[in-house]
Write a protein that binds this ligand. Structure first.
Ligand code: E4P
Length: 230
């Protein structure tokens, strides 16, 4: 079981690495944009290389920016040169349901020895096929599944069971976190990894009652120290 950080913000990656709580980082074009990373491929490369270095040997997922099969392979091969711990993210299919993405995944894993995170998946059946195609990671978007009116916990359970039953090596990453509660709940359901946005990770640690308790300790420590002086 592990927690990854779902961000492109270097300061957050550094902070949670110093705290020792994360075991990898995931990004996608939307996350990079939200993290303030603009400037095209040069900036994606610069940010990715920096994050990969900070978290090494833990994995960093970087997503291709095209759905053209040849270009996906070309980009994936380029990303894989940036750092040893880069995992290439490929979406499960194209925006119109184009199926070539699976061929790309299979080719990258088997012909080019490049680790792939097959992403944007909403169901256990997609995860199973991704694992069969050879993806190292299969990413299920828990929050989006729930937003569609399904319970992603069921999909996680089914995906984990079928992968274990068939001795498939792919690791399930559940992303698209929306609430603090998601993390433990999804890990308990069978996710190998939950990738969490920084705000939620903070929310997992900081508790109002813990704050109050710490405040009490500090005030009483002060009083006790003052009494010792008299
Ligand atoms: C995970 O790998 C994805 O990058 C991410 O969690 C998607 O989250 P969203 O549904 O908030 O866009």
């Amino acid at each position: 079981m592990a927690i990854f950080l779902d961000t492109g913000k270097i300061e957050d990656v550094e902070m949670y690495m110093r705290m020792g709580v994360i075991r990898g980082v995931t990004t996608n074009p939307t996350i990079l944009l939200k993290s303030g990373i603009t400037g095209g491929k040069a900036m994606i490369k610069q940010t990715s290389v920096e994050i990969a270095h900070i978290i090494s040997p833990y994995p960093l997922s970087v997503e291709v920016t095209t759905n053209d099969p040849l270009k996906m392979v070309e980009q994936a091969r380029e990303y894989a040169q940036w750092a040893k711990n880069i995992i290439v993210k490929i979406t499960v299919h194209g925006p119109q349901g184009e199926l070539e993405n699976f061929e790309v995944v299979h080719q990258l894993e088997t012909k080019y020895d490049i680790r792939v995170n097959l992403t944007a998946m909403m169901s256990a059946q997609q995860c199973l096929l991704g694992a069969l195609a050879g993806a190292t990671y299969v990413s299920l978007f828990g929050g989006r599944v729930n937003n569609m009116g399904y319970n992603c916990v069921e999909e996680i359970r089914k995906a984990r069971k079928v992968l274990d039953d068939q001795h498939l090596q792919a690791k399930i990453i559940v992303g698209s976190t929306r609430e603090v509660l998601n993390v433990i709940e999804w890990l308990e359901a069978g996710a190998h990894i939950v990738t969490v946005v920084p705000e939620l990770l903070r929310g997992m640690i900081v508790h109002p009652y813990s704050k109050e308790t710490v405040q009490m300790f500090l005030e009483d420590a002060k009083k006790a120290e003052e009494k010792l002086k008299t």
